[in-house]
Design a binder for this molecule. Structure first.
Ligand SMILES: Cc1cc2nc3c(=O)[nH]c(=O)nc-3n(C[C@H](O)[C@H](O)[C@H](O)COP(=O)(O)OP(=O)(O)OC[C@H]3O[C@@H](n4cnc5c(N)ncnc54)[C@H](O)[C@@H]3O)c2cc1C
Length: 515
C-alpha cells in the first residue's frame, strides 16, 4: 500500500466540483459522448462522464488501455509470455487526480509499491539520493543540498538568489508570462547553478520531459520544480506499479463497461464532423452521432485527426493544433538476462552525463510478473531509457547496452534470453514561447473538448498528472454544460510556499472556473 489516504500535504488545494444534477438520466434526454483515446486522459474523462450517467463510447486505436503508460504481452524466443510497455513510470504522491482515478478500482492503491530511494549517478561516479529526506520545503531542498556530493555549500552561496526567485514563486500562468520566452539551459546558466549539480538536479527533470534543456521552456522547468520539489510536501519519492501497467488500466475499462459505457479497443476514430446538433464521429468506418467529443490524443494523433476533420473548430484553433510539436525520439530497451544484477542494485537509477543513458530500472524489484520470471530463470529483467535522442536507433540501442555494462559491470557477463525495444516520437515538446498558443481543454465549439499531457491547463500539473487532470476537467466542462455535477480536482499549492506574500508580484490567481 502506498501514498496514504489522499495525500499528506496540508496545503494541497482542493478545487470543488461544479454543482449540478447527480445523474444524466434525470435530464429530458441522456447526452451521448465519444471519448477518442484510451490513455490516462481518455480514461479519466470517460470515467467522469460515465459516473454521471452520460452514455459514453471510448475508442482506443490499440489493443490495450493506458496509452503511453500501458502494457501488452510479448513472447520471448523461448516461447515464454512476458509483459512489455513503453517503460518505467514514476507515480508521484502529488499526482492527486491520477490517484483519484486509480482509486476507482483500487481504493487503497495496493497496486502501487513505494520505491524507497532512487539514486542519481553522474559521470564522475558521484551519487545523490532521496532516501529519508524531509518532505516539506524548504527542508527537503536544504537537506538534499547539504548531503549532496555535487552541490557544495560554496555552490549554494554562488547561486544568484534574484534569478532563482521564480523557482520558489511559481504560479500558473504567471510563471509562463515571466519565463516562457527563455529556454531551461539559459535559465539555469543565469542562476549560476554548478554544472555537475545541473546534470543531476535539473537535467534529470528536463530530460524527463523528453527534451534537452535548450529546447524546453524555462517556465515548464520551473512549474515542474514547484510540482515535485519546492511547492509540495508530499516528498520526492514515488510509487511504481506492482503489476504490469495493464493491471491498472484494464480494471478501469471493465468498470466503465459496468457503468454502461462502450469500450472499443483496436478501434480508431477517422474523423469528426460537426453538425447542427452535435457531431458525427467516424469510428472504424461507421458513423456514430454524439452530443460531445473528447479528443484525448497524443500530439501526432491529434494533429492527424483534426487535419482529417476539415470542418472541425475555428481556423485559429486548427492552426494551434497543427503547430504542436513533439519532443525528439526516446528509446526504451528491456532485456531479459540469464544472470541477476547485483543484489544492491536499486529498482531505479537515474543518470546524468552518461549519454545516451538516462536511467536503468530493475523490474523484478517491484513488478510481480518480472519477479516471477527472474526467480524461475535465475536472471534479471532490466530496462534502459534514452530520452531526447539525436542519434539513429541502432546506434543508440548499442550505446545504451555499453553504458549498462559500464554502470552494472555484472551484466556484461549475462546472456540475453530476450529483448524488446520501443522507439517513438510522440511526447509533447514544451518549447520556449509556445505556452500561450497551446490549445486549452475548452474547445472552440460547444461539446468539443481536449485532454492529454500536451494540452494547456492553468494548474501546476505535468506528465501523467496533466493527462489525468485535463481528462477530469474536460468532462467537468461538458457536465456543466448539461447542468450535471462535476468532479473535484486537487493540486499542489497554487503559489510557491517559500516566498513571503509581500515579495510576490501579484495576487493569487482565481481558480478554477475557466482554468
Ligand atoms: C518512456 C516514458 C516514460 C515516462 N515516464 C513518466 C513518469 O515517470 N512519470 C510521468 O508522470 N509520466 C511519464 N511519462 C509520460 C506519460 O506516459 C504521459 O504523460 C501519459 O501517459 C500521457 O497520457 P495521455 O492520455 O495524455 O496520452 P496517451 O497515453 O498517448 O493516450 C492517447 C491514446 O490515444 C490513442 N489514439 C491515437 N489515435 C487514435 C485514434 N485515431 N482513435 C482512437 N485512439 C487513438 C493512442 O493509441 C493512445 O492510447 C513517460 C512517458 C514515456 C513514453
Amino acid at each position: 500500500m502506498s501514498g496514504g489516504a489522499e495525500g499528506r500535504d496540508r496545503r494541497r488545494v482542493r478545487h470543488p466540483a461544479p454543482a449540478g444534477l447527480p445523474d444524466a438520466r434525470l435530464l429530458s434526454r441522456r447526452p451521448r459522448a465519444v471519448v477518442v483515446g484510451g490513455g490516462i486522459a481518455g480514461l479519466a474523462a470517460a470515467t467522469a462522464l460515465a459516473e454521471r450517467g452520460v452514455a459514453v463510447e471510448l475508442c482506443e486505436r490499440q489493443g490495450h488501455l493506458g496509452g503511453r503508460a500501458g502494457s501488452w504481452t510479448e513472447t520471448l524466443p523461448d516461447g515464454t509470455s512476458v509483459s512489455m510497455g513503453r517503460g518505467f513510470h514514476a507515480f508521484f504522491r502529488q499526482y492527486y487526480n491520477l490517484r483519484a482515478l486509480l482509486r476507482r478500482t483500487d481504493p487503497g492503491l495496493r497496486l502501487l509499491a513505494p520505491v524507497p530511494d532512487y539514486p542519481l549517478l553522474d559521470a564522475a561516479g558521484r551519487v545523490d539520493t532521496f532516501r529519508a529526506l524531509p518532505r516539506t520545503p524548504p527542508w527537503n531542498a536544504l537537506a538534499f543540498a547539504a548531503r549532496s556530493p555535487t552541490f557544495t555549500p560554496r555552490d549554494l552561496l554562488r547561486l544568484d538568489a534574484r534569478a532563482a526567485l521564480p523557482l520558489a514563486d511559481v504560479s500558473v500562468p504567471a510563471t509562463y508570462r515571466r519565463l516562457d520566452h527563455m529556454d531551461a539551459e539559459e535559465f539555469l546558466a543565469r542562476l549560476r547553478f554548478p554544472a555537475a549539480a545541473r546534470h543531476l538536479a535539473f537535467e534529470v527533470f528536463s530530460r524527463s520531459f523528453f527534451a534537452p534543456p535548450d529546447r524546453l521552456s524555462a517556465a515548464e522547468l520551473a512549474v515542474m520544480f514547484h510540482l515535485y520539489f519546492l511547492g509540495s510536501a508530499e516528498g520526492l519519492l514515488f510509487d511504481v506499479p506492482r503489476v504490469p501497467p495493464s493491471g491498472l488500466w484494464t480494471p478501469l475499462g471493465d468498470r466503465l463497461a459496468a457503468l454502461g459505457a462502450r469500450v472499443r479497443l483496436r478501434t480508431a476514430v477517422g474523423a469528426v464532423r460537426p453538425g447542427p446538433d452535435g457531431f458525427t464521429v467516424e469510428i472504424g468506418g461507421e458513423d456514430v452521432r454524439a452530443d460531445a467529443v473528447v479528443l484525448a490524443l497524443d500530439v501526432p494523433a491529434l494533429r492527424e485527426l483534426v487535419a482529417a476533420s476539415p470542418a472541425l473548430g475555428t481556423p485559429r484553433w486548427r492552426r494551434r493544433i497543427a503547430a504542436l510539436r513533439t519532443a525528439p525520439p526516446f528509446l526504451v530497451r528491456r532485456l531479459w538476462l540469464d544472470r541477476p544484477v547485483a543484489a544492491d542494485r536499486p529498482a531505479f537509477l537515474a543518470t546524468g552525463g552518461l549519454a545516451p543513458l538516462d536511467n536503468i530500472s530493475v523490474l523484478e524489484r517491484y513488478d510481480r510478473d518480472a519477479a516471477a520470471w527472474a526467480l524461475r530463470a535465475g536472471g534479471s529483467v532490466v530496462e534502459l531509457h534514452a530520452y531526447a535522442v539525436s542519434a539513429p536507433r541502432e546506434e543508440t540501442s548499442a550505446r545504451l547496452l555499453g553504458r549498462l555494462h559500464e554502470v552494472y559491470p555484472e551484466t556484461a557477463r549475462a546472456g540475453e534470453v530476450g529483448e524488446f525495444t520501443e522507439w517513438h516520437e510522440d511526447c509533447p515538446l514544451f518549447a520556449p514561447g509556445t505556452f500561450f498558443d497551446r490549445p486549452a481543454v475548452a474547445g472552440p465549439a460547444p461539446g468539443l473538448v481536449l485532454a492529454g499531457d500536451g494540452v494547456r491547463i492553468d494548474l501546476p500539473v505535468a506528465l501523467m498528472e496533466r493527462a489525468a487532470t485535463t481528462g477530469w476537467h474536460a468532462a467537468n466542462l461538458l457536465l456543466s454544460g448539461w447542468g450535471l455535477a462535476g468532479h473535484p480536482l486537487t493540486t499542489v499549492p497554487l503559489r510557491g510556499r517559500l516566498v513571503p506574500a509581500r515579495w510576490r508580484g501579484g495576487a493569487v490567481p482565481p481558480v478554477p472556473a475557466g482554468l
